[in-house]
Design a protein around this ligand. Sequence first.
Ligand code: DC
Length: 221
Amino acid sequence: MVNKIIVAIDGYSSCGKSTIAKALAKYAGYTYVDTGAMYRAIGLYTLRQGLTNEADIIAALPHIQVGFILVDGAQHVTLNGEDVEAFIRTLEVGNCASRISQIKEVRAFLVAQQQAMGIAKGIVMDGRDIGTVVFPKAELKLFLTASPEVRAQRRFDELVNKGEKPNFDEVLADVNDRDYRDTHRAESPLRQAEDAIVVDNSNLTPDEQMEVIYGLFNSKL
Ligand code: DC
């Protein structure tokens, strides 16, 4: 019997991390965990409650439960038992998630839950600090990247598909702002783990990219 491993996938926003992580989890028969959705759920909570200052957000943490449920085979994030998947993928919640993710106590709260999810291995987890902080000993670490323009176009298309009417320049500015915040925050900034393998998918088709990733996964078993 082949041992199960932990796959840590980090990278910039909108570079296809979750698509890749989901596809790899399916291929491997592993559990997929979208940690960005966990930060987004907390962001949604603070927006709904009108919490803006750090002390109030930290004080609210004991009242926040983030979880996952399967709905028709798709993973949905829950906030205090409510399926909030439909509310967390907006620009507003994304920006709020990016802000609350800079708070040390928020990170510690979620990292502990993420580490518990990996105890039995057999997990593909994506985020910003998975290979560096959550699972520094993960057997396979991938660091995904693509140019800001390619990522802005993907996010633009995603928003259009959801019925929103985005402005491309605003989406690009948002991608650049978020990159800056994700890489410059004091707490667990996005950075490549020393032993991570970089995959730049600006010029790869989805199929080409998955071939590369399945190959890397199989080489670790
Ligand atoms: O991957 P995403 O766009 O859904 O993530 C939303 C925000 O959460 C992003 O701005 C950075 C933050 N995040 C984080 O700080 N650490 C993670 N492991 C995952 C997401």
